[in-house]
Design a protein. Structure first.
Lengths: 440, 145
């Protein structure tokens, strides 16, 4: 059953507020899957209620205004200046709906295929007679989430129309959004803007044009991966990546073409990116005949047509900020640029594993295959693949034998050729340790 | 590329530094601005806003008296200071910004929204603590002191 996002309203008579706010006043209840996000302690009644008295209009307006960024702009993954953080937060955190109301602290984090909704219980705060009580995280597929918003906004518009209030900002804005969603060209630009961290229609033309200039060289979906790493300094970042694309460190190729069937294996599975990543990793292990053994450096490098010195040689003096593989449009060759970081061998193996997942699963017209720290669907799939390929969960569990101490994890890292951080993250993602135990 | 026809509904503090002419405009507005008030942000009738009824608090709304704002002159002074320090919305109509922000003596970020553009009347309320704009208001208030 698909999890749902719903905002239900029970209208009340108009109160004293702006025309739009007052005519959309009433009890509002927000459900996220099985959880009631609006469950709150009402200081006035002294009771816990499941819906709250607010105006639905500012909420609908905020959801409409933030729609593209909520669905397509993942959470920030590296330090940014305060202005960029506020920009992200005002587009993804429900209290930004403002208008003098007290909203649940819901944070929406979209990766292009799904939206993770996090709810945070509140402390008692002077001036805020509502205290929301629910803490949870739920991930909904984008279609289900989007349907929930569509229904809610339509209901608010109908309410306004019933009072012949039909030329509001929400009416005009929603018409534009519907138009954009049904126009492939406009939708592509809106998604690109969102990935770059801009509100709809506000990215400078020179930035969009720079990116579109690389559309054919990089690939349409690949460009969106690049964009999500370029929010802070788009033009320079794009040029940095283009420079790596034209002069890779080393050239290899996919030597076992049977692995390309993995694309169909995961296309048949309609799970979340991390589920597809794990499925793909199991397929690759089976196809390569590795079984439950640790993946050798030589096997990993042979599959990518690379010498093992790529893993064993010392790190270059210069750390790079780009990890990129570039598929040649005219041959089987793939150019690789690596990003060097500490714990050299383990991190290089993880990079190679992630590149392998991209080569198998990326759209065929994507030539730039990028690894990044961002939380797009594609990066999530890569990371889940890399973890499962290097440390398949059942052999890992058998090795650890319920001992999740740092020493045991380090030993597992040596055995499987993965960093302790990767191993702990993998265990946490399988629910075998708590997320706060991941800190190494 | 494909600019929106509709204005962005997001509340945004203007970020550019003020030039002398803009400062003059804001100083003038600070002298002319009026404070109306909204009894749905008032818990206690013990205030001098002159609203009828004096208080009609809604649990879904933030409350001014809980953060020490019970007098019209205090509310108006915050509004004036917000204008003088340039904590104003990037959206203006009929010569007035849509929102003005300030920080109360208790250190709470407050927001005022224009009720009547013709005569520059606003009413205000505390920003919800979890509102991401509250941090930006505090930063701007402290740097524009």
């Amino acid at each position: 059953m698909r999890e749902r996002f719903s905002v239900k309203t029970e209208w009340e008579s108009p109160n004293r507020d702006s025309v739009e706010n007052s005519h959309c006043f009433g009890r509002v209840r927000i459900d996220v899957g099985e959880r009631i996000a609006t469950r709150a302690e009402n200081e006035f009644s002294g009771s816990v209620e499941e819906s709250v008295y607010v105006s639905a209009y500012p909420l609908a307006l905020w959801l409409a205004g933030s729609w593209w960024r909520i669905c397509w702009e993942p959470s920030l993954s590296e330090p940014r200046p305060p202005g960029a953080i506020t920009s992200w937060r005002t587009s993804h955190e429900m209290p930004a709906a403002g208008a003098g109301f007290v909203w649940p602290q819901l944070v929406f984090d979209g990766d292009g295929e799904s939206v993770e909704i996090a709810s945070f219980a509140m402390a008692r705060t002077p001036g805020q007679p509502l205290r929301y009580l629910e803490s949870f995280r739920q991930t909904l597929d984008l279609g289900s989430f989007s349907s929930g918003i569509d229904s809610f906004v339509s209901r608010v518009l109908s309410r306004l129309d019933s009072y012949q209030i039909n030329k509001t900002t929400l009416h005009e804005l929603w018409n534009e959004i519907v138009e954009e969603r049904t126009d492939a060209k406009k939708a592509e630009i809106r998604i690109l803007e969102a990935r770059l961290g801009f509100d709809a229609g506000e990215a400078p033309d020179f930035v969009i044009e720079s990116f579109l200039g690389f559309r054919e060289a990089a690939g349409k979906s690949a460009l969106l991966e690049v964009a999500s790493t370029a929010a802070y300094d788009p033009k320079n970042r794009l040029q940095q990546i283009a420079d790596c694309a034209s002069s890779p460190e080393i050239v290899g190729s996919l030597t076992d073409k049977k692995l390309l069937s993995g694309h169909e294996v995961i296309a048949a599975e309609h799970g979340f990116p991390w589920q597809r990543g794990r499925t793909l990793a199991k397929f690759v292990r089976q196809t390569l005949g590795i079984g439950s053994a640790a993946l050798k450096d030589s096997t990993l490098c042979d599959v990518l047509g690379l010498p093992t010195k790529v893993i064993s040689r010392a790190a270059d003096a210069m750390a790079r900020r780009v990890a990129l593989a570039v598929r040649s449009p005219t041959s089987d060759s793939i150019g690789f640029t690596f990003r060097n970081r500490g714990n050299f061998r383990a991190n290089r193996r993880f990079e190679l594993a992630r590149f392998l997942s991209e080569i198998i699963s990326a759209p065929t017209d994507d030539h730039w295959l990028m690894l990044a720290d961002t939380k797009t669907a594609r990066q999530k799939l890569q990371r889940a693949f890399g973890a499962e390929l290097l440390c398949p969960i059942e052999p890992l569990r058998a090795f650890l034998d319920d001992d999740f101490s740092n020493e045991s994890v380090e030993a597992a890292g040596e055995h499987f050729g993965a960093s302790p951080l990767l191993i702990k993250s993998h265990l946490a993602n399988y629910g075998l340790i708590t997320p706060d135990a991941v800190i190494v | 590329m494909f600019p929106r026809r509709t204005n962005n509904p997001k509340r945004r503090l203007r970020s550019e530094p003020l030039d002398p002419e803009q400062r003059q405009v804001l100083a003038r507005l600070a002298g002319e601005v009026r404070y109306g008030g909204n009894n749905e942000h008032k818990r206690s009738a013990l205030n001098d806003f002159g609203l009828v009824p004096p208080a009609r608090a809604r649990p879904g709304k933030t409350l001014c008296d809980d953060v020490g704002i019970t007098q019209r002159r205090v509310a108006r002074r915050l509004l004036q200071m917000g204008l003088e320090r340039g904590l104003v919305d990037s959206v203006w109509t009929e010569g007035w910004p849509k929102h003005v922000w300030a920080v109360s003596n208790e250190g709470i970020a407050v927001e005022a929204i224009r009720e009547n553009a013709a005569n520059g009347t606003y009413h205000g309320y505390p920003l919800q603590r979890e509102d991401p704009l509250a941090e930006e208001v505090m930063r701007a208030w402290n740097s524009n002191a």
